[in-house]
Design a protein around this ligand. Structure first.
Ligand code: HEC
Ligand code: HEC
Length: 313
């Protein structure tokens, strides 16, 4: 083949490729443009569902790509928001999106659903906030919003939470020693005699079959689950998994036991609740407006603390 013929063929080929390119390109423009973030990752409900179910695998602290290590623990969002948030009842994410934007006493400002997810990222997951334009944060929000639509379309029976009667706070301080017995009899079989849970496989990146309740890979001390009343509410409604039958006393005591154990510390907790009078009675870290000892904020009795704040109003 002479050089001339060769270059002629090349230019015919090239213009052919160009032509096909133009046709394909305009077809692509006619289709819906995918919503990509700055890293080229697509925002989608499916990705959001996967992130909530397999948080450890997709953005855990041991992810092979360091830029994807957003969570600081190998918990999944669904360790607390059961069935990826689709189970009606305590900590369900069905209908959650309709509550935002709303004022957060903890942050002292109004926040939207993205801010609320980031709250769990920094505290429950002991990780870092996701950028507001990231596909990860926007996909999780899109998924939670899609649950809201699903919830609105559900019949009354499917919306019903199949849970025991809600936790009713006993009028006394919780007793962590009594809680230890409950733990040994009802929780240890899954969560382990050291509270560190059971990994799904030998590779920690795969997350847990039974998540840890304390220790270095658990939620941090700024998390909602670190409040004894929040934990007791969840435990009474959901644990032992598949057989939630604890009494109020047992749920209260075991919640105090779990939260008496070591866990990661979050920095700057003292700036939470800029209006300190809005701090929940079981806020387990200071400073407080009142002068009750910190131990009473951790395990109660909460009656006298509530009384103090009622008189402030
Ligand atoms: C250790 C348990 C735990 C884990 C893990 C966890 N959360 Fe949460 N989440 C909570 C608790 C507790 C609350 C409610 C706190 C409160 O306001 O009492 C909450 C609240 C929320 C809310 C607000 C719900 C509403 O109805 O207002 C959203 C949204 C949410 N979490 C998303 C997530 C996402 C997404 C993840 C994973 C990145 C996650 N959470 C991981 C415990 C957890
Ligand atoms: C049959 C096994 C089983 C038993 C028994 C059990 N749990 Fe769980 N627990 C789980 C699983 C599994 C999860 C994560 C939810 C999921 O994957 O659906 C979980 C999640 C939790 C969580 C939130 C996630 C975390 O790591 O902090 C708490 C708190 C908890 N359990 C406390 C308890 C307490 C307290 C008891 C005893 C009263 C108990 N569990 C008994 C299996 C169990």
């Amino acid at each position: 083949m002479s050089n001339q013929r060769g270059s002629l063929m090349m230019s015919v080929l090239a213009s052919g490729v160009l032509g096909v390119g133009i046709v394909l390109g305009s077809m692509w423009l006619l289709q819906e443009t995918p919503d990509l973030d700055a890293n080229g990752t697509e925002v989608s409900v499916e990705y959001g569902r996967a992130l909530i179910r397999e948080t450890s695998v997709l953005m855990g602290p041991n992810h092979e790509d360091p830029s994807m290590r957003f969570s600081g623990s190998n918990l999944d969002c669904s360790s607390c928001h059961l069935d990826s948030g689709t189970k009606p009842g305590t900590l369900s994410l069905l209908g959650a999106s309709s509550r935002y934007p709303r004022f957060s006493g903890r942050d002292g400002v109004e926040g939207d659903l993205l801010d609320r997810i980031n709250g769990c990222m920094e505290r429950s997951m002991n990780g870092t906030m996701l950028s507001r334009d990231s596909a990860e944060l926007r996909s999780m929000a899109a998924y939670i919003e899609s649950l809201g639509d699903q919830f609105a379309a559900m019949g009354a029976t499917r919306r019903e939470a199949n849970e025991p009667e809600a936790f009713n706070e006993p009028p006394r301080a919780a007793n962590p020693e009594a809680g230890q017995l409950v733990y040994e009899q009802r929780c240890q079989v899954c969560h382990g005699d050291d509270g560190l849970g059971l990994q799904a496989t030998l590779d920690i990146r795969e997350g847990y079959l039974f998540p840890p309740l304390w220790g270095p890979d658990s939620f941090n001390d700024g998390a909602g689950m670190h409040r004894v009343l929040t934990a007791a509410n969840f435990i009474k409604a959901r644990m032992p998994l598949g057989q939630p039958d604890l009494t109020d006393d047992q749920a209260f005591d075991v919640a105090a036991y779990i939260n008496s154990k070591e866990r990661p510390h979050m920095e700057n907790l003292e700036v939470d609740y800029p209006d300190r009078a809005t701090k929940p009675v079981d806020g387990p870290y200071g400073p407080y407006v009142d002068s009750f000892p910190i131990e009473q904020h951790r395990i109660g009795p909460f009656g006298p603390i509530r009384e103090f704040y009622r008189n402030l109003e």
